[in-house]
Write a protein that binds this ligand. Sequence first.
Ligand SMILES: *[C@@H]1O[C@H](CO)[C@@H](O)[C@H](O)[C@H]1NC(C)=O
Ligand SMILES: *[C@@H]1O[C@H](CO)[C@@H](O)[C@H](O)[C@H]1NC(C)=O
Ligand SMILES: *[C@@H]1O[C@H](CO)[C@@H](O)[C@H](O)[C@H]1NC(C)=O
Ligand SMILES: *[C@@H]1O[C@H](CO)[C@@H](O)[C@H](O)[C@H]1NC(C)=O
Ligand SMILES: *[C@@H]1O[C@H](CO)[C@@H](O)[C@H](O)[C@H]1NC(C)=O
Ligand SMILES: *[C@@H]1O[C@H](CO)[C@@H](O)[C@H](O)[C@H]1NC(C)=O
Ligand SMILES: *[C@@H]1O[C@H](CO)[C@@H](O)[C@H](O)[C@H]1NC(C)=O
Ligand SMILES: *[C@@H]1O[C@H](CO)[C@@H](O)[C@H](O)[C@H]1NC(C)=O
Ligand SMILES: *[C@@H]1O[C@H](CO)[C@@H](O)[C@H](O)[C@H]1NC(C)=O
Ligand SMILES: *[C@@H]1O[C@H](CO)[C@@H](O)[C@H](O)[C@H]1NC(C)=O
Ligand SMILES: *[C@@H]1O[C@H](CO)[C@@H](O)[C@H](O)[C@H]1NC(C)=O
Length: 665
Amino acid sequence: MFGSLGAVTLLVSAVLGQGFATPKANGTSGYELKQGPLDTPWTEKVGTTPWPEYPRPQMARSEWRNLNGVWQYRNASGGESEMERPPFRQELESSVLVPFCLESALSGVMGNYTIHSWYRTTFNVPDSWTERVLLNFAAVDYQATVFVNEKQVANHTGGYWAFNIDITDQLNKNGTNELVVFVFDPTNLWPYNVPIGKQKLIPEHIFYTPCSGIWQTVWLESAPADSIEKLHINAGADGKVDITVHTTSNTTTTADFILYEPNSELVKLKIKVPVNKAHSFVVDSPQLWSPDSPTLYNITVKLGSDAVQSYTGFRTISKGVVNGVQRPLLNGEFVFMFGTLDQGYWPDGLHSPPSFDAMVSDLKVLKEVGYNMVRKHIKVEPALFYQAADQLGLMLIQDMPALSTSSVFINDETAKQCPGVSLTPSLDPDTVQKEFDRQLAVMVNQLKSYPSIVTWVIYNEGWGQPWEGNDGVRNTSIDGILTDYVRKIDPTRLIDSVTGWHDHGAGDFYDNHHYSSPQCGTPWYSTPSSPYNSETDHRIAIQGEFGGIGQNVSEEHAWKVAASINAINNTYELDATPKIWNLRAHMILQELEFQIQEYACSGAVWTQTTDVEGEVNGMLTYDRRVNRMDKDMWRRDIQGLYEAAARRARTNGTMGVEGRGGGGG
Ligand SMILES: *[C@@H]1O[C@H](CO)[C@@H](O)[C@H](O)[C@H]1NC(C)=O
Ligand SMILES: *[C@@H]1O[C@H](CO)[C@@H](O)[C@H](O)[C@H]1NC(C)=O
Ligand SMILES: *[C@@H]1O[C@H](CO)[C@@H](O)[C@H](O)[C@H]1NC(C)=O
Ligand SMILES: *[C@@H]1O[C@H](CO)[C@@H](O)[C@H](O)[C@H]1NC(C)=O
Ligand SMILES: *[C@@H]1O[C@H](CO)[C@@H](O)[C@H](O)[C@H]1NC(C)=O
Ligand SMILES: *[C@@H]1O[C@H](CO)[C@@H](O)[C@H](O)[C@H]1NC(C)=O
Ligand SMILES: *[C@@H]1O[C@H](CO)[C@@H](O)[C@H](O)[C@H]1NC(C)=O
Ligand SMILES: *[C@@H]1O[C@H](CO)[C@@H](O)[C@H](O)[C@H]1NC(C)=O
Ligand SMILES: *[C@@H]1O[C@H](CO)[C@@H](O)[C@H](O)[C@H]1NC(C)=O
Ligand SMILES: *[C@@H]1O[C@H](CO)[C@@H](O)[C@H](O)[C@H]1NC(C)=O
Ligand SMILES: *[C@@H]1O[C@H](CO)[C@@H](O)[C@H](O)[C@H]1NC(C)=O
């Protein structure tokens, strides 16, 4: 494994001539883990060779080199004009640990208002790499302009998406190369309005510290000129595989597709597939993927001298009527979806989990008590997160990161300090919407081959909806258009067009948010949205958010930022002890069970996996050191939900209330 930048930098230093500013001897110079407001059990273990894992499990090549580690950093607060003076061949004054958000303690910068930044490192390419060299960024927030040996090779927009660049023609023959990246990240700086999810320049309660810069793995790989560029694979419960092998040229017109038996090297199927077009074939009686039995099949795809490893799982997600109620179906069966709202924030790394083990441990905590789903909330995770969900058997509801809901204004004279005036984002709404739509397509295309994803969410509540806060002016056709747009890119998933509140009748779900108790598929609702209870409603009723009850933490587990601590009292409900918190959770889960048994509830999302900053309502505290759950109780209560759903699929409710769910209606 080529995991260590330390080693790479050592090599580079050894061969560097006068031309390059020489990085410090062991590549860790100048970097120091900052003391943040809170750490995790993994913080100290990160060291200076973070995230050594191979970062792209669905298209893995053997020849790769990790560039994570200590890079040089400069605050480019001069703004756009800084772009005219790239710091080529200069040593930058600060250091940053890649790949951690500039605002995080792990980055060693722990800055604020990191709107414009320069990153710099040097790298060499193994002599054995005789083919093309691709430079990969798994995610840079928000806009990255990339220079290799003083030439601009890319300008990428969007804080959550992977991109790569063929840099072969830019590489120096002597093997030493300079990589410089300019990053622009407005977050919610006026007048920009870009997909940011929960990030805010000035955090406030349910909005958190932003993440700027390189926040996922940077790496090199070697591939032939005629190579596989992208793989899209969907495998259904009927054994039908839909595959598109995208390649860099059409020189080779077919690829070999090899499917292995699960956990074995035995070949189940080997066929030739045409490239650069959709192709389908059927695999005989596959073992299906489900949360209870997350069977995966390894795949090799070969194109000429190129070969990549991948995998898939056979499953079908659809909807259908079961005993009079519209239901989500997994492999043709109604499976009640019970998950958490999963923010994916870390006190030490913010958007970047401190390590792979840390990231997966959150999922294991959920799986342990019987959750079968996770709602990935207005954030996108590293590819290895999705693989972990595929392997553990957790269905994913994936949200599109929301546009910003307010802006911060920095005026020129006081650019040194952000005064925090809150304004409405004011870029031309059509431009903003177009870019949102573009990135929505990028998300679906990037993630659509993970079998665990069952649903796409376009909008979280009214956040970033063009008509947010304007209930009188609803344009259902806009949601309709976006829903169709997503459906066209991926017809194999359900679409939750709007989760909570600002529903416009589009998509597959009627999704309600109600704290703390649920109102899931019931004949009563206290929200302004139209309730799910009409014979003509062909959508599935789910509870996209509920719970949210909190329990304050002692100082050692608290995010030690005054504004966050002062916001803790905004929690829907604060219970005095974990015991009371569990008791309240039990009561709320009983209520949900009743609604499942009696009415039309098909899934629910408990807020939330962990505490985040001033929110103290997690299963786990923000530092992941305290698990609040009485595990036996949660296991029994969650099992109770699945059993109620199974009963409701066979029998009607007994309460005799008119409505979709009521037996006597
Ligand atoms: C490597 O080659 C480049 C030009 O290709 C040159 O600018 C640089 O100085 C060389 N570096 C060393 C260490 O020779
Ligand atoms: C190498 O890194 C360590 C920290 O990991 C540091 O203490 C030491 O001073 C560094 N050595 C040099 C020569 O920079
Ligand atoms: C960058 O510079 C800006 C403007 O001077 C300042 O507000 C900000 O705190 C700086 N950030 C870092 C990380 O140094
Ligand atoms: C931003 O960072 C600077 C430099 O560390 C600090 O002086 C300032 O208080 C910070 N501002 C906020 C709002 O956190
Ligand atoms: C990068 O792309 C953005 C968005 O299109 C544009 O505003 C910016 O000027 C571009 N930067 C460079 C250096 O090309
Ligand atoms: C390969 O052929 C397909 C279908 O004719 C075409 O759409 C695509 O652009 C071609 N790709 C390349 C890299 O030439
Ligand atoms: C897929 O292949 C990898 C590497 O050979 C192996 O570790 C893993 O167990 C295989 N997975 C399955 C589901 O067969
Ligand atoms: C709703 O949006 C569609 C598509 O943008 C547009 O054609 C239509 O005029 C809009 N209707 C209203 C009432 O704004
Ligand atoms: C929550 O606990 C912190 C100490 O960790 C304390 O400072 C704060 O006042 C408490 N807030 C409430 C609302 O109880
Ligand atoms: C929460 O506490 C803060 C600071 O102590 C106070 O300003 C605010 O009014 C309180 N909010 C609520 C909802 O009690
Ligand atoms: C449930 O009620 C509906 C009518 O409300 C009826 O069509 C259906 O047969 C009932 N199902 C069972 C299992 O009793």
